[in-house]
Design a protein around this ligand. Structure first.
Ligand code: MG
Length: 378
């Protein structure tokens, strides 16, 4: 079945038939490849639905138009699939990895993750990539026979984008590539860079919409200026909102086209004949040097002007405090936790508190904080 669905893939693609399989063996899927099955399990998971109410830069209740982690994940999947199809590698696998890549994110994006990492330092720390893996390996409770979603090795490998060496040593086969400095599949490499293309561009869009950055500021950034100039030449008197969209869609397209071109060049130079050759080669999915420099300039701009904008910083600080307070309250008094979580704390310790807090959506964390710390609420 899967062989015919995957006909036409390049020899260096990850074929479902070559998968290293699932942690708990299951009968083969009947009308899908194993990677389509992974994708479907991810879409049906609780953690995936929660992405709707989690954010990256802006907090979920700040406006209806900003990206959430759910729409971000859909954008990543769309970009990654376009790249994969062009390179004749496995679209189903890149889709599964893309949709799952942020499942382990805490409420309030990086501020939440930093606070949780700080709180968990004496207990092994907190890494969001590792948490995404933990969600699909352990925390989802949906199947009779096992914890987690029992995904294939290749989807799990793609989800674990980064990992400290210390943690890699505890992960068996999955951690080996960090120790041996080997690459994951092309599909995992694609999902990783599609993530970057998606967030840089939607942060430009959301940043401009929020008024925290201005067109005048960003028109000093070459990548934006080039495409904005083109749009203005083509459409005189175009309204700002349309201009911004026309520009970001062209930037996304330019990044994708560049990535495909550079990756093709690298593949041609290395000539991998199988997934094993891909794993042994240096990173094959990449932007050209010029585009890399342009994309880095845009990233730097966003980090200086948007992520460190005082209004974003205020929210970041508040978010950090909420996560810190919640963790401390549950650590000091586990009886404040719902029964099943309290029982897990008794057997598993602080890690179970981190799991509980990390699983919260932005609005749930805010509500829970109010319930615990404001007299008259409950
Ligand atoms: Mg992401």
């Amino acid at each position: 079945m899967s062989a015919s669905i995957e006909a036409g893939l390049a020899p260096y693609a990850m074929h479902a038939g070559q998968s290293r399989g699932r942690r708990y063996p299951e009968p083969a899927a009947q009308a899908r490849t194993e990677f389509q099955r992974d994708r479907d399990r991810i879409v049906h998971s609780t953690a995936f639905r929660r992405l709707e109410y989690k954010t990256q830069v802006f907090v979920n209740h700040e406006g209806d138009l900003f990206r959430t982690r759910l729409t971000h994940s859909l954008e990543v999947a769309q970009i990654a699939r376009a790249i994969a199809r062009n390179l004749r590698v496995n679209e189903d696998l890149v889709e599964a990895i893309s949709l799952a890549h942020d499942l382990g994110h805490t409420p309030f994006g990086h501020a939440g993750q930093d606070a949780l990492h700080e709180a968990m330092k004496p207990h092994g720390g907190f890494e969001h990539n590792l948490q995404s893996l933990r969600v699909v390996d352990e925390l989802e409770e949906r199947y009779g026979a096992f914890n987690g979603l029992n995904l294939t090795f290749e989807t799990r490998e793609g989800i674990l984008k980064h990992c400290s060496l210390e943690h890699a040593r505890t992960l068996g086969e999955l951690g080996l590539r960090f120790i041996e400095r080997r690459q994951p599949s092309l599909e995992a490499q694609i999902a990783n860079l599609a993530d970057e293309i998606a967030y840089n561009n939607h942060d430009v869009d959301d940043g401009l919409r929020s008024g925290l950055i201005t067109l005048k500021q960003i028109e000093a950034i070459p990548l934006f200026a080039r495409h904005a100039g083109e749009v203005r030449r083509e459409f005189h008197d175009i309204a700002d909102r349309r201009m911004i969209h026309e520009t970001t869609r062209r930037m996304i397209n330019a990044l994708i086209v560049d990535l495909i071109g550079e990756t093709r060049r690298r593949i041609a130079a290395v000539a991998p004949r199988s997934i094993d050759d891909v794993r042994a080669a240096p990173a094959l999915v990449a932007f050209s040097d010029t585009m890399r420099a342009d994309a880095d300039a845009l990233k730097r701009f966003l980090s200086e002007q948007l992520y460190r904008h005082y209004q974003v910083m205020r929210m970041t600080e508040k978010s950090r405090r909420i996560v810190r307070d919640l963790f401390a309250a549950f650590r000091d008094e586990p009886r404040l936790l719902p029964t099943d979580h309290r029982q897990r704390v008794e057997t598993e310790g602080p890690r179970a508190i981190a799991d509980y807090v990390a699983g919260m959506t932005d609005r749930y964390a805010i509500r829970e904080h109010r319930r615990l710390f404001t007299v008259g609420e409950g």
